[in-house]
Design a protein around this ligand. Structure first.
Ligand code: NAD
Length: 291
C-alpha cells in the first residue's frame, strides 16, 4: 500500500481563501480590518524570512501586518514598553513575538507582557492554561495546523492511539493536549525515551516533532498509520523532515511531506487566530465567528 500524500499547501490555500472571504465580508459591513503586529529582535536571517512570509500571507488575506524590528541589544524595558503600547493600540488585534529572542532577554517575561486577548501565538500562561482545560482561546499555530490537517483529511482521532515524538512547549506538548481533548490515547516520546521504535509502532497517528532528520523510518511505523512530519532541518541547502519519507510512505496510509505539509498550515493558523482576535474584539460570539 502506498500512502496518500497530504498536501498541506493545498489545504492551507483553501483556508486562506476562506479567511480572505470572511475579512472581505467584515470590511463590506464596515467592521474594520484585522491588524497583526510582528515583533522581531536581532537580525537572524531565518527569523527575518519567517516574518516576511507571515507579513506576505497577511497582506494576501487582507490583514494589516506591521513588522516592528529591534536591534539585538534592545534593553528588556524598552521592548516591554513597546509591547505595552501595542496592547493599547486599537488597530492591533494580534501581537506575535518572533522567537527565539537573544539570550540577554527573559523570553518568558517578554511573552507575558502580551495581552492574552492579543496573544495569537497562544504562548502566554493564560492561554496555555485555557488550552490545558480545553477552553482554548488561541491554540499555538503549529499544533492547531496539525489538527486541522488531520480533520480536513478525515483522519479519525477519537479512540485511536496517537504518539507524539517531541515534548517542546510550542509543538509536542500542545499537540499531545489537543489529541487528548479529541479523545485519542496519547503517548509523548522524547530524547530519553528508552525504546522509541517500540512506542512509534503502536501509533495509529504518529506526530514527528523532534527536529532530527529522518529519525522515523519505515520499520518504526505500523502498517496503515497516519504520519504527520513536523520536523524541518536544513541539510545541505534542502529542508528535511523527521520522517524518512521513502521508507515510510509504502507502509503508512497517509503522510505529510516536507516541505509542503505542516509548514504552510502553521501560517494559515496564524491568520485564523488573528481573525479570531479581531472578531472577539468586535464582540462576535463563537456562533457568529467564522473559523
Ligand atoms: P525542540 O528542539 O524544542 O524540541 C525537540 C523535542 O524532540 C524535544 O522535546 C526532545 O526531547 C525531542 N527529541 C530530540 N531528539 C529525539 C530523539 N532522538 N528521539 C525522541 N525525541 C527526541 O523543537 P521544536 O521547536 O518542538 O521543533 C521540532 C521540529 O519541528 C524542528 O525541526 C522544528 O524546526 C520544526 N518545527 C516546524 C514547524 C512548522 O511549521 N512546520 C513549526 C515549529 C517547529
Amino acid at each position: 500500500m502506498a500512502a496518500r500524500i497530504v498536501d498541506g499547501k493545498r489545504v492551507a490555500a483553501a483556508m486562506r481563501a476562506e479567511i480572505r472571504e470572511r475579512i472581505q465580508g467584515l470590511r463590506r459591513d464596515n467592521r474594520g480590518v484585522p491588524g497583526l503586529a510582528v515583533v522581531r529582535v536581532g537580525d537572524d536571517p531565518a527569523s527575518a524570512a519567517y516574518v516576511r512570509s507571515k507579513a506576505k500571507a497577511c497582506q494576501e488575506v487582507g490583514i494589516a501586518a506591521r513588522e516592528i524590528g529591534f536591534p539585538g541589544f534592545v534593553p528588556h524595558d524598552e521592548l516591554v514598553a513597546h509591547l505595552e503600547a501595542l496592547n493599547r493600540d486599537a488597530a492591533v488585534h494580534g501581537i506575535l513575538v518572533q522567537l527565539p529572542l537573544p539570550p540577554h532577554l527573559d523570553e518568558r517575561a517578554v511573552l507575558e507582557t502580551v495581552d492574552p486577548v492579543k496573544d495569537v501565538d497562544g504562548f502566554t500562561y493564560a492561554n496555555i492554561g485555557r488550552l490545558v482545560e480545553n477552553r482554548a482561546r488561541f491554540v499555538p499555530c503549529t499544533p492547531a495546523g496539525i489538527l486541522e490537517l488531520l480533520d480536513r483529511e478525515k483522519i479519525e482521532i477519537a479512540g485511536r492511539r496517537a504518539v507524539v515524538v517531541g515534548r517542546s512547549e510550542i509543538v509536542g506538548k500542545p499537540t499531545a493536549m489537543l489529541l487528548l481533548h479529541r479523545h485519542a490515547t496519547v503517548t509523548i516520546c522524547h530524547s530519553r525515551t528508552a525504546d522509541l521504535a517500540a512506542e512509534t509502532r503502536r501509533a495509529d497517528i504518529l506526530i514527528a516533532a523532534a527536529g532530527r532528520p529522518r529519525l522515523i523510518t519505515g520499520s518504526m511505523v505500523t502498517p496503515g498509520a497516519a504520519i504527520v512530519d513536523v520536523g524541518i532541518t536544513r541539510v545541505g541547502g534542502r529542508l528535511v523532515g523527521d520522517v524518512d519519507f521513502d521508507s515510510v510512505a509504502p507502509v503508512a496510509s497517509a503522510v505529510t511531506p516536507v516541505p509542503g505539509g505542516v509548514g504552510p498550515m502553521t501560517v494559515a493558523m496564524l491568520l485564523r487566530n488573528t481573525l479570531r482576535a479581531f472578531e472577539m474584539g468586535l464582540g462576535l460570539g463563537p456562533a457568529e465567528r467564522s473559523a
